[in-house]
Design a protein around this ligand. Sequence first.
Ligand code: ADP
Ligand code: MG
Length: 255
Amino acid sequence: MTDAAIRVQGIEKSFKDLAVLKGVDFEVERGSIFALLGSNGAGKTTLVRILSTLLKADAGSAAVHGFDIASQAQDVRESISLTGQFAAVDEILSGRENLVLIAQLRHLENPGAVADDLLARFSLTEAGSRRAGTYSGGMRRRLDIAMSLIGDPPIIFLDEPTTGLDPEARIEVWQTVKKLAASGTTVLLTTQYLDEAEQLADRIAILNRGTIIQNGTLAELKRLLPQAKVEYVEKQPTLEEVFLALVGEEKKEAA
Ligand SMILES: Nc1ncnc2c1ncn2[C@@H]1O[C@H](COP(=O)(O)OP(=O)(O)O)[C@@H](O)[C@H]1O
Ligand SMILES: [Mg+2]
């Protein structure tokens, strides 16, 4: 028995003739950030839906926070939160009202205080009374993640948390995810972006054609390729650095 937060063994899933997952195995250590990297259609969302008990696997098993996804689904659900690719924020409500609503649904004692604490943690205090419909993509995604943290789940699934966000908003979300992991939450995130996995993850698993074809730390994955030839070139800023230098500075919370 390992102390893994998530343990996945031989998970298989087909949709009719389409075999999406053909035996997926991996473990996620407690308090770490694990990135499941795969291109569009690789089966990332399918796997996340199976691990969060929204979908049944055809074969294999998995334990989440020590609970079996098949026989202890309710315990699994109480141990996780899931933030999907498309933000679940109510645009008519203010950011604070969105948070209070979820805290009330979860029967927490002081929903207002829970909301204010999360607004502060996610740098949304000033925007808190504004309708969420007026938020930028990054703010909305941050609010969405904040909503999913109500009730302090030990494990959080983030399914493509930055798809569709602009570079500044992506960096905001990255900082949020890093803070989460630093506070002890286990994060399993899916992404199709190499740089996102590189920035965030303690371990990276590559899902390709239904199986995990590589799983390791960034350093381990880099060692799989022969060492790059040393070349002397002028260091050019990346386009992202240029973009952020031009538009970044003056917007912080306003972004
Ligand atoms: N409910 C479903 N019915 C049929 N096919 C599905 C269903 N859900 C996903 N698929 C298919 O399974 C494959 C993997 O989808 P998905 O898990 O959403 O991939 P990813 O999240 O990596 O982009 C895709 O080809 C998708 O069309
Ligand atoms: Mg997906």
